[in-house]
Structure formats: structure tokens, C-alpha cells
Design a protein around this ligand. Structure first.
Ligand SMILES: NC(=O)C[C@H](N)C(=O)O
Length: 492
């Protein structure tokens, strides 16, 4: 049961072969047993999970279950959960209990999914390795000396280790796709505006987008269908009719032996240049060969400004973060220094104590690039680069339907290997961040293994609102391959 797909779990629940309470206990017991090593959860709420599971079982008994009713899930600790701790991986919010649910939490709750707990993450989603959490580093289930990627590393590691069958994440600059790649699971970040940001603690609001992790594209489609759709409480939520992303997966192919016939895959030369590790390149090229075998054609495309994505992002995201994080002042909620003089001293001490080093670095950078005299030189320039990068993708999509390449230039590195070098850390998102700058959807799926048996991910990038095509493409690949079914020993 621990390796079952969401569809298989649904069938087992509906047939009475298992119950939601049984499933919740099964996965909660795994968390108890294994998460001491992985540290993928910040909060586990057994009592609440079992209450929700009992309610799900009652609903299943009446025949009114939806696709996710009774299925255990976990939420990244960036999503507000009423009555349950929401820390965002920070000391600043280590005592924060939200008075309301995030939109994503509300929708999955309404669908009857059973939240087991909240997953570990880089503080305020700032990081690419999950070493920036106030609650300690998360370990990669494939090799516990390695990082799982970040910032949604807790969700990715928990799904990879089968502590939970599916989980939510957020992707501001790669935070769903990169950890999905490094832990060997499937993850999708939809088009900016497809999922409401209401109740998702803001980092860089023009980039922040919720996404999901699961073993397969098929499972991700079920999760994404549950959380996508217009929400008037988020001003950037798009007024589009809700989509059922599973439908695209069910369509039968005109040519069964070549189910991807007609699909044009763009391969950007910039994604296969210097800096790409040989083992990752080999796995990704083999996966692309498989795509060709399935009927797709490949075409060389150019993203000439993609190399500027990291510098642009690391101006814009900190700028937005410096504004968003100004709300954490110790007055209404969050950490407040125990001793202080006047009000300014209280602010200063509360923020100095509440935020970790990377968060402080970004607040400083963000404040600097927005300041008088530097705004034009940095912030405005970065906005222009953002436009150029989006324009590159627009041009590429006149030649192809999806873009493919590696998700991450390397496999998971050793814990501590990049903590002293923030630029090296930032560069690990070299292939993912351009997608956030453009607001496009992106997916990462397992595509084999590199040196040391560490997972490699392949990234598929789609045009705006092409989530169905991304999921459908990955699904065809997964029907023909079994990388997504491989599990680390911890899940055997
Ligand atoms: N939040 C993210 O998407 C992670 C990205 N590496 C960052 O630190 O900003």
C-alpha cells in the first residue's frame, strides 16, 4: 500500500480493501519510524489526521467520495493551517498558529484529503537545499548524507520516502521542480496565477506559485486539479474555468505505439552547455531518446537570455522579499525579543533573533536594490531582463510545443557542500528560474540515475496554461518507463 498510486488508493478505499483511518495510521507510523532520520516534517498532527480520516471514511460510506477523499497528504509549512502550527521554517513563526486556512489547504480539505502534517522547508522558502530551516536540514532518502533540494525539500523527501503519497509545495524559483528532481519524484508548478496564493506566506509575490509532488504525473494531475482555479482573495488569481488535468491523461493515442507522435520538443542549447554534470546529461539525453521513440520530434531552440535568469531573479526576489517580510515586526504575531528598550529596539531585536542568515542576506540585498540611486541600476534592469527572458520563451514556443532539458545541473550534493557559497547554491537553479521569471508552467519527472545511484530529473516547460500537455507528455513517458516506480531502500 505504501507504494500505491493515488488511483490505486482510491480504488482500494472505494472497494473497502482499506479505510482512510488505516491509511492514515500506516503513513503516520512510517513518519514516526523514519522521520527521525529524514527530518522532513516540522509538525505531525496524529489526532487531527485521524479525525479527518474518520470523516473521510464516513463520506466514502455514503458513496459521495471525490478522487482524493481519504488520501493522506502533507502540506509544505508555508501554507497557513487553521489551528495547526505554520512556521515557514523560521524561528520568526515558530509559535505561529494561523486563524485561517490557505486556499490550497481549504480545497484539499474540502476534497476529503487527510493532512498528516506540515513539511520542513528552507526558511521563508529561501534556499535550494533545505539546509536553511530553523528546524534543521532535511535529508535525502536516497542517501541521507545528501541534501534533498529546496525549498520544498521536506515535501519532496517525504513523498520519495513514501511517508506520504502526495504533498504540496511552492515554486518561487525552482522550489518544486528542483527538489522533485533531486529526490526522484514528480513535481509540477503551474502557470503563475493558476493556484491562489491566499494563505501562502509571501516570499516574492510576483513569482510565488503553489505546486504539488507525487510519484507520477498521473498522481500530480489529481492533486493539481484539486487546488487550481480562481479565488477572489488573491488579486493575481486568474479568472479561468477550473480544469480537470486528469482528462488529458485518459485520452487514447491515435498511434498507440507512438503516443507522442506530432509532439515537438524544443531543446535549448543553453540547457546543455558548460556546468551540466556528465551523469545528468547522460540520463537526460537517454530520456529524450525515449521521447523520440514514443513519437516526439526534437528541435533545437534558443533561450539566449536564460543565462541572465539567476542574476535577475536574485535582484527581484529579494526586492519583493524585503517588502513582504517587513510585516514580521514582533508586534501582532511571531517572535518577539524577550528584552528590549523602546519600540525600535523591539523591532531590531525581534528581527535579528527571528530571521536566519540567508533571510537577512536577502532582506539586505532587496532593500539595497530598491533604494534611491540603485533602483534604476539594479531593480529596473532586472525587470527588463525578466521581459527579455519571457520573450525568449515566446519565440521558442513558435517552434515547439514543450521544452525539455535537465531540471538541475547536478544530482543531490553532500550536506554542507555549498553552505559557505551562496552563489554556488543559487546556480543550482540555473535551469528552473527562467520559468518563474516568465510565469510559465514547469514539471520535473524522474529520468534515471546518476553517479552513486542518485536520481536525475528531466524538466518539461510548457507554454502558458499548458499544464495538461505537460502532465500528458510526462504520463506517456511514465507509461513506457519505470524510473518513477523506483524507490529508495527506506521505502522498500
Ligand atoms: N523558493 C524557491 O523557489 C527557491 C529558490 N532557490 C530561492 O531560494 O529563492
Amino acid at each position: 500500500m505504501i507504494n500505491a498510486s493515488l488511483t490505486e488508493l482510491r480504488a482500494a478505499l472505494d472497494a473497502g480493501q482499506t479505510s482512510s483511518v488505516e491509511l492514515a495510521n500506516l503513513f503516520l507510523d512510517r513518519i514516526d519510524r523514519l522521520d527521525g532520520t529524514l527530518n522532513s516534517f516540522i509538525t505531525v498532527d496524529r489526532a487531527r489526521a485521524l479525525d479527518a480520516a474518520r470523516a473521510a471514511d464516513a463520506r466514502i460510506a455514503t458513496g459521495s467520495a471525490g478522487p482524493l477523499t481519504g488520501i493522506p497528504i502533507a502540506h509544505k509549512d508555508v501554507f497557513c493551517t487553521q489551528g495547526v502550527l505554520t512556521t515557514c521554517g523560521s524561528r520568526m513563526l515558530s509559535n505561529f498558529v494561523s486563524p485561517y486556512d490557505a486556499h490550497v489547504v481549504e480545497l484539499l480539505g474540502r476534497a476529503g484529503a487527510v493532512m498528516l502534517g506540515k513539511t520542513n522547508m528552507d526558511e521563508f522558502a529561501m534556499g535550494s537545499s533545505n539546509e536553511n530551516s530553523h528546524f534543521g536540514a532535511v535529508r535525502n532518502p536516497w542517501n541521507t548524507d545528501r541534501i534533498p533540494g529546496g525549498s520544498s525539500g521536506g515535501s519532496a523527501a517525504a513523498v520519495a520516502a513514501r511517508l506520504v503519497p502526495a504533498a504540496t509545495g511552492t515554486d518561487t524559483g525552482g522550489s518544486v521542480r528542483q527538489p522533485a528532481a533531486l529526490t526522484g519524484v514528480t513535481g509540477i508548478k503551474p502557470t503563475y496565477g493558476v493556484v491562489s496564493r491566499y494563505g501562502m506566506i509571501a516570499y516574492a509575490s510576483s513569482f510565488d506559485q503553489a505546486g504539488v509532488f507525487a510519484a507520477s504525473a498521473e498522481d500530480c494531475a489529481l492533486m493539481l486539479s484539486a487546488i487550481a482555479g480562481f479565488d477572489p482573495r488573491d488579486s493575481t488569481s486568474l479568472e479561468r474555468p477550473a480544469e480537470d488535468y486528469s482528462l488529458a491523461l485518459q485520452q487514447s493515442a491515435a498511434e498507440p505505439a507512438r503516443p507522442l507522435a506530432g509532439l515537438r520538443i524544443g531543446l535549448p542549447e543553453e540547457f546543455f552547455g558548460d556546468g551540466l554534470a556528465a551523469d545528468v546529461r547522460a540520463a537526460v539525453e537517454a530520456a529524450i531518446e525515449e521521447y523520440r521513440r514514443l513519437g516526439a520530434t526534437t528541435v533545437a531552440v534558443k533561450l539566449p537570455n536564460a543565462k541572465l535568469a539567476i542574476p535577475a531573479y536574485y535582484v527581484l526576489a529579494p526586492a519583493e522579499a524585503s517588502s513582504n517580510l517587513s510585516r514580521f515586526d514582533g508586534v501582532r504575531y511571531g517572535h518577539r525579543a524577550a528584552e528590549y528598550g523602546d519600540l525600535d529596539d523591539m523591532y531590531r531585536k525581534s528581527r535579528a533573533e527571528g530571521f536566519g542568515a540567508e533571510v537577512k542576506r536577502r532582506i539586505l540585498v532587496g532593500t539595497y536594490v530598491l533604494s534611491h540611486g540603485y533602483y534604476d541600476a539594479y531593480y529596473l534592469q532586472a525587470q527588463k531582463l525578466r521581459r527579455l527572458i519571457a520573450e525568449d520563451f515566446r519565440a521558442a514556443f513558435t517552434q515547439c510545443d514543450v521544452i525539455a532539458g535537465p531540471t538541475s545541473p547536478t544530482t543531490a550534493w553532500a550536506i554542507g557542500a555549498k553552505t559557505d557559497d551562496p552563489v554556488q547554491m543559487y546556480l543550482s537553479d540555473i535551469y528552473t528560474i527562467a520559468v518563474n521569471l516568465a510565469g510559465l508552467p514547469g514539471l520535473s519527472h524522474p529520468a534515471g540515475f546518476g553517479d552513486g545511484g542518485l536520481p536525475v530529473g528531466l524538466q518539461l516547460i510548457g507554454n502558458y496554461f499548458d499544464e495538461s500537455r505537460l502532465l500528458g507528455t510526462a504520463h506517456r513517458y511514465q507509461q513506457a518507463t519505470d524510473w518513477h516506480l523506483r524507490r529508495p531502500a527506506i521505502a522498500a
